[in-house]
Ligand binder design. Sequence first.
Ligand code: ADP
Ligand code: MG
Length: 391
Amino acid sequence: MLLTTKYAPKKLDDLIGNSEQVEHIKQWILHWLSGKPRKPLLIYGPPGVGKTSIAYILKDQFDLEIIEMNASELRNKDRVERVLGQSALAGSLFGRTKIVLVDDADVLAGRKDSGGGTAIKNFLAESPCPAIVTATDVWDKSLSTIRAECELLEFKKISKGSIKKHLETVAKAEQITLSPEIIDAIAERAEGDVRAALNDLQCHGPSARTHEKDIFQIVRGILKGESYAAVKELVGGDIDYDIIKLWIDENISNEYETPDDIAAGYDSLSKADIFDGRIRKTHWQMLKYSIDLATAGVAIAKKTPYRKFTKYNFPSYLKNMSRSVERRAMLKAIGIKIGKRVHVNARDAREYIPLLKEYGKSNMQKLMDFYEFSEEEIAFILETSVSKVKK
Ligand SMILES: Nc1ncnc2c1ncn2[C@@H]1O[C@H](COP(=O)(O)OP(=O)(O)O)[C@@H](O)[C@H]1O
Ligand SMILES: [Mg+2]
């Protein structure tokens, strides 16, 4: 299981950081629940600080029914109107109070409004129930109408100290033994992003290292599996379902060769995904059906087994996660070096990188000498490979 899922905060008190904002949200929902409507909240801030989690916590803690619109749906006017239409929400008279989550509204930024933005704005202007909008960047012009209907609440990055403490707690619970230096380094390069920190921790943990061999065996067993029963037996124990699913997703097309098999395999996996989406909102007992679809279902999707050696890949989702962590660590190191020379803080210093790239095209050595960049750093700035920098 992904650590971010396993350790998703369940109560407002579980959230680390932004305590004043969290307290404000608590008052906000209590007002609603005592019959006093409040403006929708527009929670904005960097990724991985708990913006989306907030809505789910309120749902659990106050026993609400959540109605979620996610990024991909926001541009579809009909969809927005159907989901957020007055009639859809009117049923709440005797049922549970609803809470609306419009997640990642900045997908609307920089685009011409296809109607979705206006539909959301119209809804927010007269929302009959508590509504939360989340975004990373809210200052885009195309979000101005939505902004006007909401109360803005900024979530800040989580401090390194808090992330470190959180990592220590999770590492202990997971029996991941890491030196204090590594924990410190993970907290450092997370740059305030709890999700990134947990994903990074997971890459250092047993499910990523020692268990990688076991996962490999299971994935092979599933993709080469010849019967429903055999695969069910294989995955019967305590499997790391989320991780296995990522591996299956990555490797169906390595194992299966005919278009029919590939399509059928992905079809079963995507049904599992739909199940999982519903499960999160309702019944955990249904997890066994979704595991079946993602494992045995994929196995029997093929007409005949492939008797060949298959090279399976590590899931690119997890790889990209750690790659983006590396990328941020690199940006930070470069920022510090530039900052030292031009006397600005490391964050502002990053804005110089595109300039340095242009300059560096013909003056690479000068740049390296002046800022004391390493070969990796200069390669990163010039967006080229280290080997090209070396010659
Ligand atoms: N403030 C926080 N406290 C504890 N865990 C957090 C916090 N913020 C994020 N996380 C972890 O990261 C995951 C993703 O958080 P999420 O709410 O989706 O972030 P955002 O919407 O701000 O990008 C959560 O499931 C949780 O595991
Ligand atoms: Mg989010």
